[in-house]
Design a protein around this ligand. Structure first.
Ligand code: SAM
Length: 283
C-alpha cells in the first residue's frame, strides 16, 4: 500500500517511521512518501497562503501549489512516482478537515483495502475550495474523502494524518503480530461494531491487593467470551450509550438483551431500538 502526504511541515510526519507503521515501512509493505508543499511554490518566499476572499480573520492555502503538487504526485510516470516502480492505479484523496465526515473504524477498514491514499493536511483556515472540487472531478482519482478525526479543531492536519494513517496501516495483513487482534477491538465491524472493548488484565494475578475476575482464570473459552461481551455492554452503556441506541436490536442475542435489561435498557416502542433507562423522577 502506498501513502503520499503533502504538507508544509514534513518533519511532523516523522513518527510514521517508528513502531508498527515504521516496521511495515521497513519491510516494504508500506510505501510512505512525504512531500514538502513549498517545493511547488515559485516565489522567493515560498508562499502557500493568502487572505480570504470576503474578508475575515486567518489565511487560506492557495490553490496553485496544491494543484501542482497533486498533479505531480498522481500523474502516471511523473517524477514523484518515478523511483523504479509504477504508481498503483487510482489514488484516493484524504482531506483532513473538522468539517468532514467522521473518520471511523468502519472507514479505516474500507480504506485499508485501497492501494494508494494521498493525504492533504492543511494549515491556516484550510485549502481553497476549488482544489477539492477539481480533484473530485478528475477521472484518475478514485474518490475524495473529507474527513474529521473528532469534534475539535487542531492547528493543522498533520496530527490527523498520523491518526488516520496508523488506524489504517494496523489493519493491513501482517502489520499486527496477531492478525485476529483487531477483530475484537472497539468498533470493529461485525460483533463489536456498536460496542467498546471491556477491561483487560495481565500477570501478576495480584497487584496491590487487587485480583482479576475469576472467570478469566477458568480456562473456559465460552464463559470468558460471554464475560467479555457482558463487560463490553457495561462499558458501552456507561461511556457511549448512543452506540447501543444506534444499533439494530437484531444484532443482539438473547443474553445481550438480558444484560441490557439488567442495566435498565429496553426496546423503545417508538424507535424499535434499545433506549437508555429513564432516570427516576422524584415526586
Ligand atoms: N477554520 C477551519 C474550520 O473551522 O473548519 C479550521 C481550520 S484548522 C485551524 C487547520 C487545518 O487543521 C484544517 O484544514 C485541517 O487540515 C486540520 N484539522 C483541524 N482539526 C481537524 C479535525 N478535527 N480533523 C481533521 N483535520 C483537522
Amino acid at each position: 500500500m502506498r501513502f503520499d502526504v503533502v504538507t508544509i511541515f514534513p518533519e511532523y510526519l516523522e513518527p510514521l517511521s517508528v513502531s508498527l507503521v515504521g516496521k511495515a515501512r521497513a519491510r516494504g509493505q508500506l510505501d510512505i512518501r512525504v512531500h514538502d508543499l513549498r517545493r511547488w511554490t515559485h516565489d522567493r518566499h515560498h508562499t502557500v497562503d493568502d487572505t480570504p476572499y470576503g474578508g475575515g480573520p486567518g489565511m487560506v492555502m492557495k490553490p496553485e501549489p496544491w494543484g501542482e503538487a497533486l498533479d505531480a504526485i498522481i500523474a502516471p510516470g511523473s517524477a514523484a512516482t518515478a523511483d523504479g516502480e509504477a504508481a498503483p492505479e487510482q489514488p484516493t484523496l484524504i482531506v483532513p478537515t473538522p468539517s468532514g465526515r467522521p473518520f471511523t473504524q468502519a472507514l479505516a477498514v474500507e480504506l485499508s483495502t485501497r492501494p494508494w491514499l494521498v493525504f492533504t493536511p492543511a494549515r491556516y483556515e484550510g485549502i481553497d475550495r476549488r482544489v477539492i472540487d477539481e480533484y473530485r472531478e478528475r477521472p484518475e482519482v478514485h474518490e475524495v474523502h473529507e474527513l474529521s478525526i473528532g469534534d475539535y479543531v487542531l492547528a493543522g492536519g498533520e496530527a490527523a494524518v498520523l491518526v488516520m494513517a496508523e488506524a489504517i496501516a494496523r489493519l493491513l495483513p501482517g502489520v499486527l503480530g496477531n492478525a485476529a487482534s483487531h477483530q475484537d477491538d472497539s468498533f470493529a465491524p461485525g460483533e463489536m461494531a456498536h460496542l467498546l472493548e471491556g477491561p483487560v488484565y495481565t500477570k501478576p494475578p495480584q497487584w496491590r491487593g487487587r485480583g482479576i475476575p475469576e472467570v478469566l482464570l477458568s480456562g473456559h473459552h465460552g464463559r470468558i467470551a460471554r464475560w467479555r461481551r457482558d463487560e463490553a455492554f457495561r462499558r458501552t452503556t456507561r461511556n457511549r450509550p448512543e452506540l447501543i441506541e444506534q444499533a439494530d436490536p437484531e444484532e443482539f442475542d438473547q443474553h445481550d438483551r438480558k444484560i441490557l435489561a439488567e442495566l435498565g435498557w429496553d426496546v423503545s416502542e417508538a424507535t424499535g431500538r434499545f433506549g437508555r433507562p429513564t432516570p427516576d423522577v422524584e415526586e
